[in-house]
Design a protein around this ligand. Structure first.
Ligand code: SF4
Length: 391
């Protein structure tokens, strides 16, 4: 008898409204975003209250979910502002809040009726802790990144609580994101969204004034659980999460479309998984999903980000039989080959001719400009446009 398979919810990062739409367009079931405060990504775009309202309305209109991240660790001086913010958010009714701090959680229960998901920052690694949070009214737990797929599956089975697990994105050397390296080296607080990624640097090991070696000793490779999707589908885990609220449009669209296919088709070709190499990455490993991470999880000889494709821009307008408007983020030249990606397809064309929006022929583009190319029925609005770096 075929083994029972349950499709997990695919949860995507939404660094801004454009990325939120791209995530939904490319197959996300839910998107998590940071609001104006307590979202742990101080330097991403984050959403204003008005943008949150529009985003929730948009998610509801397409029958998807939107979660708001409130996973900073609050200080006493934050509490009045937080209470006021929670009252504002209660009116908006997002589909859940993602919270780490017990005090924030208890205030949220006092001020709102919105379901609560416990953040991975809360470092939950066993079923007794899950049961504690269950009794406290938490609907879903994003388990600590230190948990393996088997740990997550067993906890799901034993507790009956909704479980969410990270499957793709950046990892770091801290325990569930708790780290003060950035605080000490730059004065920016990792636990309040200010991490400056000091751990990624090359460090010298010095003895008696002599440098013994230099290495990126804490530079964790990125998590990639694509190979494990068939196992996840059998695991009973309720949701799979993609990391990366500060990542590019290309990363969001590409990662979502690949995992959407992997989940929907259950088992797909190596080629689809290789597409995850497109956006910049620090090379991949499975984190702690299969076994405890070891030295293989660190990119000691890091020589810069890897990528097979360059993000070119987004299709903003398709005028039938006339032309296609692309918002271009980088320089491209006549004769280059471009690939257009969306959830359903991936098509390529050679840029034989293109012009400015006003019709002036161009040989190359300026970054951050609009160009017009001839109409193609293979291209749709919001397609992500990339060029290959492999030639
Ligand atoms: S400094 Fe490095 S280990 Fe610490 S939180 Fe930032 S990315 Fe993680």
């Amino acid at each position: 008898m075929a083994q029972k398979v349950k499709k997990p919810e695919l949860v995507a990062p939404g660094g801004n409204f454009e990325k939120l739409k791209l995530a939904y367009d490319n197959g996300a079931d839910a998107v998590y975003v940071g609001g104006p405060v307590f979202g742990l990504r101080k330097y991403s775009d984050n959403f204003s209250l008005t943008e949150l309202k529009h985003a929730i309305h948009y998610a509801n209109s397409i029958n998807k979910k939107m979660y708001i991240v409130l996973n900073g660790f609050a200080r006493n001086t934050d509490l009045e502002k937080l209470k006021h913010h929670l009252d504002e958010l209660e009116v908006l009714q997002p589909h859940a809040f993602i919270i780490s701090d017990l005090g924030v959680l208890s205030l949220t229960k006092e001020h709102t009726t919105v379901p609560i998901h416990l953040s991975t920052q809360a470092s939950v690694t066993n079923q007794h802790t899950v049961n504690f949070w269950k009794e406290y009214g938490v609907k879903r737990l994003v388990l600590a990144r230190e948990c393996s797929l088997d740990d997550c599956s067993m906890i799901r089975r034993e507790t009956g609580v909704e479980i969410e697990t990270f499957i793709h994105g950046a990892m770091c050397a801290s325990y569930s994101g708790k780290c003060v390296i950035s605080n000490y080296t730059s004065g920016r607080d990792s636990n309040r969204g200010g991490c400056i990624q000091t751990c990624r640097h090359k460090f010298d090991v010095i003895k008696d004034d002599k440098t013994l070696f230099s290495s990126h000793i804490m530079n964790a490779k990125d998590l990639n659980g694509a190979d494990l999707v068939p196992e996840f589908l059998k695991s009973g885990i309720d949701a799979l999460k993609i990391e990366g609220r500060m990542k590019s449009n290309f990363y969001v669209a590409n990662t979502l479309r690949v995992y959407r296919k992997l989940i929907d088709d259950y088992d797909v070709s190596i080629g689809m998984k290789e597409e995850l190499n497109g956006p910049s990455n620090r090379s991949f490993e499975r984190g702690g999903l299969s076994e405890r991470p070891s030295g293989d999880s660190i990119s000691y000889d890091f020589n810069g980000y890897l990528k097979t494709n360059m993000y070119v821009g987004l299709v903003k307008k398709v005028i039938k039989d006339q032309g296609i408007w692309i918002q271009v983020k980088t320089e491209i030249k006549k004769g280059e080959s471009l690939t257009f990606l969306n959830k359903n397809k991936c098509s390529s064309l050679t840029l034989d001719s293109f012009s400015s929006i006003s019709g002036m022929p161009l040989e190359k583009t300026k970054p951050d400009s609009f160009i017009q190319i001839p109409f193609s029925s293979d291209v749709s609005v919001n397609d992500v446009v990339v060029s290959s770096l492999l030639n």
